[in-house]
Design a protein around this ligand. Structure first.
Ligand SMILES: [Fe+2]
Length: 184
């Protein structure tokens, strides 16, 4: 069974976005000065890099090509909302993105009639994200935001959640235009 063009595009998009997330966290993990943040950022970087590796292997094993030129989701966010400049904004954006990724993977499993290899990999990532022990993967972001100015955190959450809703709707439309509607 071959990957459809639509699913191949989506898997590459997820792969590139996970990798971009890993690189961003890795960069933060070299610049911060707080040990507890450094520990969490390093672990977060490793997790996202592992997800990118799982998706890369899945694309290749299903006989499709890897396409590192497909822009990651973070690029769509920056286009719509600007490049996050402060730690507060980066953390809020990561939190928003974490929720979006989980939702996209659920949607993929239910609506994309996934290739068995894709279903297995995405299912494994989702199961991992939802396991109790995994709460710490993103839970540290909430903890770190809890130590910052609540008014500024609220404002940034409102801003990035609006950007997120726009980006998600635009991506969905673009996908349907490029490849036709998903199979029922
Ligand atoms: Fe991930």
């Amino acid at each position: 069974m071959a990957l459809s063009e639509r699913e191949s595009w989506l898997l590459n998009f997820y792969r590139n976005s996970e990798l971009h997330g890993a690189l961003l966290m890795g960069r933060l993990a070299r610049t911060m000065r707080e040990d507890d943040l450094l520990v969490e950022m390093t672990a977060h970087c490793a997790t996202e890099a592992r997800h990118a590796a799982m998706l890369s292997r899945t694309i290749a094993s299903a006989g499709a090509n890897l396409d590192p030129t497909i822009p990651p989701i973070q690029e769509h966010y920056s286009e719509a909302g600007g490049v996050p400049g402060t730690l507060l904004e980066i953390l809020v954006l990561s939190e928003t993105l974490e929720r979006r990724v989980r939702e996209s993977y659920h949607r993929h499993l239910v609506h994309e009639s996934p290739h068995p290899a894709a279903a297995e990999t995405i299912g494994a990532i989702v199961a991992e994200m939802e396991a109790k022990h995994f709460a710490e993967h993103a839970g540290w972001i909430e903890g770190a935001l809890g130590r910052l100015d609540p008014g500024a955190v609220d404002a940034a959450r409102r801003k990035w959640q609006a950007v997120d809703a726009n980006v998600a709707a635009r991506l969905e439309r673009g996908l349907d235009e490029q490849f036709g509607n998903r199979t029922p």
